[in-house]
Design a protein around this ligand. Structure first.
Ligand SMILES: [Zn+2]
Length: 418
């Protein structure tokens, strides 16, 4: 059981294990002992909702410490369609089947359904230790407008507990229309981002024109961009090639994120490295989405896929690209399972992506990298002055934390969430 008291209104310190790589201040910790999984035992002093200081303490072999993590970040979700699998299943598991079910669901979508899905997802996120979510939102037409009405209310209702960023997802050509421009102005006013889907078959001329237009619009409005791109096993890197072609011809003043980028992994090593360097050059960030990718793409009739398209996380990081890993869909036509638990995502990423949290680059995809993608005020590292905003797990190692679902407590600004 936790050594820390379950509840207290005045928590002065915590004795905990933390990932050493996340502690970025405290000279007195330089020679603190570290476990083989990179965890360091320390006393973390708290006051007024922030970290006040650190002291090293010796590791106790009895399980008296919990594993402390910053509250985590979900850089890619779909809050408006979560939990719709039950009524709109996609039993074939194909991309086309998901799209069809999604469009059916739209016919029944209304404000109260969106509110109930979003509240359920945020409730899970809070309990599971998520502090910020970037959600893509189906934003086309009347239903899209109503969805934004509800999600903006929810964003404001939840802002003390979870930061919500919204990305307007529409067909790229829509941004050229008058309606698209009106939507972009609304999105910009509300601090959102412009989105869309770039997938095969790629109509080069139209795609280039649409990209140039949405980039110009984003520059004019000061709005970030986050695209679903190359979520496929076909025409590897086809969308990325066009994105870079257009970036070579326009100077961007706003951040760009590429979500998925799955087929990039099917490129030759030489082309993959070339594209990774170009992405780094333009400071384009990437969100890898292993769960939905593994379920949905590279599907052949009666054949288990032997190639698994997924953003090449490690190669991108080596080139200097900031990469985050997201959970994407939760029990909707795009992915039938999921409980919006960042620990489950970390656990799944170990075998799926060979990303391990005891490696600095691996941990960054769920913490500092994901926070940078969302441009959050706090990157999730532990230093004097950073928020006392934590998940405390009843576990003494990464493997125990990720092999079972340990008891956990969530702290926001120095107070445990009851
Ligand atoms: Zn998505």
């Amino acid at each position: 059981m936790f050594a820390q008291k379950k509840t207290s209104s005045d928590i002065r310190y915590l004795d905990v294990l933390v990932p050493r790589g996340l502690v970025t201040s405290g000279r007195n910790l330089l020679n603190a002992p570290v476990t083989s999984e990179g965890l360091c035992s320390l006393r973390m002093f708290l006051g007024d909702g922030i970290i006040r200081g650190f002291d090293k303490i010796s590791y106790c072999s009895e399980k008296c410490f919990g594993l402390l993590l910053p509250r985590l970040v979900e850089p890619h979700a779909h809050i408006d369609k979560a939990f719709t699998w039950k009524d709109f299943p996609n039993l074939s598991g194909t991309y086309e089947g998901a799209m069809k079910a999604n469009l059916e669901e739209h016919k029944n979508r209304n404000k109260s359904k969106v509110r109930s899905r979003a509240e359920k997802l945020l409730g899970l996120g809070l309990k599971n230790g998520i502090r910020a979510i970037r959600s893509h939102v189906d934003s086309f037409g009347l239903v899209g407008g109503q969805t934004w009405d509800v999600l903006l209310e929810i964003k404001s209702e939840w802002e003390q507990k979870i930061e919500l960023q919204l990305v307007a997802m529409v067909p790229l050509e829509y941004w050229i229309s008058n309606e698209g421009e009106t939507l972009a102005k609304r999105v910009s006013k509300e601090g959102g981002l412009l989105g869309g889907v770039i997938g095969p078959p790629y109509k080069k001329k139209l795609l280039r024109e649409s990209l140039l237009n949405v980039f110009s619009l984003a520059n004019d409005l000061g709005c970030g961009i986050d695209f679903h791109i190359d979520e496929s096993h076909l025409d590897p890197g086809g969308g990325l090639r066009e994105l870079l072609y257009v970036l070579d011809r326009i100077s961007m003043d706003v951040p760009i994120t590429c979500s998925h980028l799955s087929s990039m992994s099917l490129l030759s090593h030489k082309n993959l490295c070339f594209f990774a360097e170009r992405l780094a050059h333009y400071n384009v960030k990437v969100v890898a989405l292993p769960l939905t990718n593994f379920w949905l793409i590279s599907r052949y009739y009666m054949a288990t896929p032997v190639k698994r398209p997924l953003a090449p996380i490690n190669q991108l990081q080596k080139a200097g690209v900031t990469v985050g890993i997201g959970g994407d869909n939760v029990q909707d036509p795009w992915n039938p399972i999921g409980d919006f638990d960042p620990l489950s995502l970390i656990a799944a990423s170990i075998p799926m992506a060979q990303v391990a949290p005891w490696q600095r680059e691996g941990l960054s995809t769920f913490t500092t990298g994901a926070a940078r993608i969302m441009d959050l005020e706090w990157d999730g590292s532990f230093q004097v002055g950073s928020p006392a905003d934590f998940i405390l797990l009843d576990a003494d190692s990464w493997t125990s934390a990720l092999s079972m679902s340990p008891d956990r407590k969530v702290m926001i600004n120095g107070a445990w969430v009851e």
